[in-house]
Design a protein around this ligand. Structure first.
Ligand code: SF4
Ligand code: SF4
Length: 100
């Protein structure tokens, strides 16, 4: 079951209430290149540690007003998977068919 929400700071997203979690997609319409993934941040898991922001070599993320990561430069993503791998709370998913 899912529905949409307007969330201040996160824009309009999709909330998946399955398994009791809130899963906010970062503007699913931004994808301009198939070489970049769709970045999904599970706000219910994220503890705003900032690791993903500091570890990303392409400056895809920036901290929002509350310290949570915002996807500000999605087209710069080189799909290195560091954010997904190093997030201690498994809050980031990179979706899409990687071509390499
Ligand atoms: S590394 Fe994970 S828990 Fe930390 S700010 Fe990023 S998404 Fe949130
Ligand atoms: S996959 Fe790599 S380049 Fe893309 S957002 Fe994550 S850390 Fe940054």
């Amino acid at each position: 079951m899912s529905d949409t929400l307007a969330c201040a700071g996160h824009g309009t997203g999709i909330v998946d209430r399955a398994e009791g979690i809130h899963r906010v997609r970062e503007d699913p319409g931004w994808r301009e290149s198939p070489d970049t993934p769709e970045i999904v941040i599970n706000r219910g898991y994220c503890k705003k540690c900032g690791i993903c922001i500091s570890i990303c070599p392409a400056d895809v993320y920036a901290a929002g007003p509350d310290g949570s990561p915002q996807v500000v430069e999605p087209d710069r993503c080189i799909w290195c998977e560091r954010c997904e791998i190093y997030c201690p709370d498994f809050a980031i998913q990179l979706l899409g068919d990687k071509a390499w």
